[in-house]
Design a protein around this ligand. Structure first.
Ligand code: ATP
Ligand code: MG
Length: 312
C-alpha cells in the first residue's frame, strides 16, 4: 500500500473573469473548486491506475471537510489528522480576455499545534512496515521545521518502509540527508539543491546531479518537463524523452510521475517498467484539465510510445 502525506493541502479555486481590473469590482463568470495538494494528486493517480493508496496529512475546518468528502466521493481512502485551524484555499484568477493570464493568490495555511503534529507522526509510524511505501509531497505548514521529512524518513526506515520525497529547498536537502528511497526533483529544484545559478543544459545537469545519490537516496529521478526525465539507480542511468501529447495543463505532471513510480514499485513491476509507466502517466496528466489524473486506459496506451534509453 502507498501512503501519501500532504501536510499543507488546499482547495484550489479557479475563477474565470473577463478583463481583470485591479482596484475595481470584477465579476466572476465561472468558478470551480478542486481538492488540491500534491500528495492528494499522487493518491489520485495511484487510484486511477488501480493501486492501493491512503491519503494522509492535515485537514481542518469546512475546507478540510470538503477535501475529505471529495476523496470519499472519488473512492480514495483517506486518514487525515483533523486540526483546529482551517485548510487554506488557493485562488487562481484566469483572465479570459487576456490570453487566459493566470493571477494566483495562495494562502499560507493554518498553524499546526504540536499535539496535532504528534498525532500525524504516530499515525504514520502505525502504517510503517516493509510492505508499505510513503510519499511525502509538497510544502509544509508554517512553523513546522524543514527537517520534518528527514525526521520522519528516519523513523519510517527503522520499520523498513520505503519513502519517496518530492520537495523543494531546505525540505528536500534535509530529506536527502535521511536517505529516502527515491527523490524526484525537477530541473529548478535540483539546480537549487546543487547551488547552480547559471543556465546549464540537461546533460550537464545530469552530470552534476548524479552526486545527489552519493548523499543518500537509492534512486533519483530528474524531471525535465516536456523533455522527459533521467532515472538514476545506483550506477545505472536511463533517459526517456517526454511523449508528445496534446497538452491542457502541465500542473501536476510531476505528481502523476511519482504516483506511477510508487504504483510500479508497490505492484512489483521492474524498475524499467516503472520508469516507462511514470513517463506515460505524467504525459497523460498533461492532457487532462487542471490536476486531474489520466485514466488507466490512456496510460496503457501511452506506455507503448515510451522510449527508455540506457545511457549508462
Ligand atoms: N508538455 C509535456 N508533454 C509531455 N510530458 C510532459 C510535459 N510536461 C511534463 N511532462 C512529463 O511530466 C514529467 C514531470 O514534469 P515536470 O518536470 O514539469 O515536473 P514538476 O515540475 O515536478 O511538475 P509538478 O510539480 O507541477 O507536478 C516530465 O518528466 C515528463 O515526463
Ligand atoms: Mg513537482
Amino acid at each position: 500500500m502507498i501512503i501519501t502525506v500532504t501536510m499543507n493541502p488546499a482547495i484550489d479555486k479557479t475563477a474565470d473573469v473577463d478583463n481583470l481590473r485591479i482596484g475595481e469590482l470584477n465579476r466572476v463568470k465561472n468558478i470551480i473548486q478542486d481538492a488540491g495538494g500534491k500528495g492528494i494528486n499522487v493518491s489520485r493517480t495511484i487510484h486511477a491506475l488501480g493501486g492501493d493508496t491512503i491519503a494522509t496529512g492535515f485537514l481542518g475546518g469546512d475546507a478540510g471537510k470538503m477535501i475529505g468528502l471529495s476523496l470519499t466521493q472519488l473512492n480514495i481512502k483517506h486518514d487525515f489528522v483533523f486540526i483546529e485551524g482551517e485548510t487554506r484555499t488557493n485562488t487562481k484568477i484566469i483572465d479570459k480576455s487576456n490570453g487566459n493570464l493566470v493571477t494566483e493568490l495562495n494562502e499560507p495555511g493554518p498553524d499546526i499545534l504540536p499535539s496535532e503534529l504528534e498525532q500525524l507522526c504516530e499515525k504514520l509510524e502505525g502504517y510503517a512496515s516493509p510492505d508499505n511505501i510513503f510519499v511525502f509531497s509538497g510544502s509544509i505548514p508554517n512553523k513546522i521545521s524543514p527537517s520534518i521529512y528527514g525526521q520522519l524518513i528516519r523513523k519510517l526506515k527503522k520499520k523498513r518502509a520505503k519513502v519517496f520525497v518530492d520537495a523543494d529547498g531546505e525540505l528536500l536537502a534535509e530529506a536527502i540527508k535521511a536517505k529516502p528511497f527515491i527523490v524526484k526533483p525537477n530541473r529548478l529544484e535540483l539546480k537549487k539543491y546543487l547551488g547552480i545559478d547559471e543556465d546549464i543544459d540537461d546533460a550537464m545537469l545530469l552530470e552534476k546531479g548524479k552526486s545527489i545519490i552519493n548523499n543518500g537516496p537509492k534512486i533519483a529521478v530528474i524531471s525535465c518537463g516536456s523533455r522527459g526525465a533521467y532515472f538514476i539507480n545506483g550506477d545505472t542511468v536511463y533517459y526517456s524523452p517526454g511523449i508528445e501529447v496534446h497538452t491542457n495543463s502541465t500542473v501536476g505532471a510531476g505528481d502523476a510521475m511519482i504516483g506511477a513510480l510508487a504504483y510500479g514499485l508497490d505492484n512489483n513491476l521492474s524498475f524499467e517498467e516503472s520508469c516507462k509507466l511514470s513517463i506515460a502517466a505524467s504525459a497523460g496528466a498533461c492532457t487532462t484539465i487542471g490536476t486531474k489524473p489520466p485514466t488507466k486506459e490512456l496510460v496503457e496506451m501511452l506506455v507503448n510510445d515510451v522510449n527508455l534509453i540506457k545511457i549508462k
